[in-house]
Design a binder for this molecule. Structure first.
Ligand code: ATP
Ligand code: MG
Length: 478
């Protein structure tokens, strides 16, 4: 059936096995350019090619689930609004009603008034025009292979570029799931070693007894079970980059051998008989506090200094502001095909819930959360309840240290007020020395008298002033 084009802006794709000529004439007279096809595959191509925003689909009386899923595949695109034509009673069929709810903007039941149908199509057209105004482009991985535009990420990108331009070892710190491995890869990609091997090894995932053999390789017969020669990870990274993940969990004896390799640039396979020169650039990462590990003697200070020549810190997700929404949309675009129905996006309450959540598992947790919600959601939009995030009462995200420090400041202020700003009495009540109280007040910028008052002299020479003050939270009696 050929319909004369009336207005290219108002094109309706008409998918039907038995198109209705009278309806077609009515549509043309109402300013619609109707293009017809029987084939769902052709419909899909036309929608993509011509960017069609409105569809009209006639459901056959004996509609099967195969038929519906063929239709669904061409009706998935969120930008196209569909109106269905159905027979009386057909909506009682659960499959059909679910299909309409999931994929159609509206439906008409035979015998329909053509005016009513044209009204529905006009409405569908108006809605898609509205959506176009607010359309946000699907976030894609930027040139560093990451999603994120906040200031902290911009700074990270600049630092990645700088690290890429040198050969110095880089240490990447950051909480779990913040993207440390992506950062290591981005540095490799921007270095002259791009195109060569990028070899990652997770030091925490390999039993300590096997780690050395895994890193350095072994000769045949080096130990029971070494049936043939094995090239280690360091050697296989020759001329490329070696990424030592979770370096903080590396056992002590392995640290010593790694240090020797970093100093000498040679390795020796277990059971081998001579050093082998290996040229690798080393990037390491861990989610544990490496400074503390050095302090506690769990990590060698000399190895620490070798590895941490350049240092990058991944910002935690809760400090990335609008990037949470960007990343959520990115995750949605990756996984929306996994859902049983056409998803239009994230509802605004979902965005609010995500912005209020602290994301201890960072980007990995966010991606998994959206992925799960895609599968579990029942509507067109992913809502806050689909995400299943714990209630936060809209509290701003704060760290434990911030909570402690605020409680400490409040306790001091109240004690001072209660004792008329007599430092010795307030200190006695708080269970600390006068000198410690003085130092904490100074750190918290608290006045020694109600505002405008005289400033008294400082510490009273108590030894405790020399020590680091215990947190009032832990010093206070229960
Ligand atoms: N900025 C980002 N853009 C897109 N995907 C990201 C981003 N950051 C992290 N991811 C994704 O999140 C997951 C975790 O990232 P990655 O493994 O790099 O984190 P990690 O800091 O090394 O985590 P862990 O400490 O658990 O080893 C990966 O699937 C990664 O692709
Ligand atoms: Mg990692």
């Amino acid at each position: 059936m050929a319909f004369a084009p009336a207005d290219t802006e108002r094109t309706v794709l008409y998918v039907s096995n038995s198109p209705d000529q009278k309806l077609a004439d009515f549509l043309a007279a109402s300013g619609w350019h109707a293009v017809h096809t029987k084939s769902t595959a052709t419909a899909e191509r036309m929608i993509e090619r011509d960017n069609i925003k409105v569809g009209l689909v006639e459901l056959p009386n004996d509609c099967t689930s195969q038929h519906l899923s063929a239709l669904a595949s061409c009706m998935r695109r969120a930008e196209t609004n569909w109106v269905a034509q159905i027979a009386p009673g057909q909506a009682d069929n659960e499959l059909v009603s679910r299909f309409i709810l999931d994929y159609c903007f509206d439906f008409v039941t035979r015998p329909w008034l053509n005016e009513r149908l044209v009204f529905a199509l006009g409405h569908a057209h108006g809605l898609s025009a509205l959506r176009q105004v607010h359309v946000t482009p699907e976030p894609s991985l930027g040139r560093h292979g990451m999603v994120g535009q906040c200031e902290a990420m911009q700074q990270l990108y600049r630092r990645i570029d700088k690290c890429g331009a040198t050969e110095a070892p880089v240490f990447v710190a950051g909480e779990s799931g913040t993207g440390k491995e992506l950062t290591a890869r981005a540095i490799h990609e921007r270095s002259p070693r791009t195109g060569r091997a990028f070899v990652a090894i997770n030091c925490a995932a390999i039993p300590p007894s096997l780690l050395q053999a895994e890193l350095f390789g072994h000769e045949r017969g080096a130990f029971t079970g070494a049936l043939q020669r094995k090239i280690g990870r360091i050697e296989s990274a020759h001329e490329g980059t070696l990424f030592l993940d979770e370096i903080g969990d590396m056992p002590h004896e392995c640290q010593a051998v790694l240090l020797r390799f970093l100093q000498e640039g040679t390795i020796e396979r277990l059971g081998g008989n001579g050093p082998i020169h290996v040229d690798v650039r080393v990037i390491s990462a861990t989610h544990v506090d490496l400074d503390k590990a050095v302090e506690d003697g769990r990590f060698r200070a000399d190895l620490y200094h070798r590895l941490c020549v350049l240092r990058l810190i991944e910002p935690p997700l809760r400090e990335r502001g609008g990037d949470i929404k960007l990343l959520a949309n990115y995750a949605l675009s990756m996984y929306k095909q996994d859902g049983a129905r056409k998803l239009r996006g994230l509802s605004s309450d979902a965005i609010v819930a995500m912005s209020n959540y602290a994301w201890p598992g960072n980007v990995r947790e966010l991606i998994n959360c959206v992925r799960r919600a895609v599968v579990m959601s029942e509507g067109r939009f992913i809502t806050a309840s689909d995400l299943g995030l714990p209630e936060t009462d809209n509290w701003p995200a704060v760290t434990l240290a911030e909570i402690r420090s605020k409680a400490e400041k409040d306790a001091i202020e109240h004690a001072l007020q209660r004792h008329g700003y007599k430092l010795s009495e307030a200190a006695a009540e708080l269970g600390i020395s006068r000198a410690t109280l003085y130092r904490l007040m100074h750190a918290d910028r608290l006045h020694q008298e109600p505002s405008g008052g005289r400033t008294s002299s400082g510490a009273d020479g108590d030894d405790e002033a020399e020590r680091r003050a215990p947190s009032l939270m832990s010093a206070a009696p229960a």
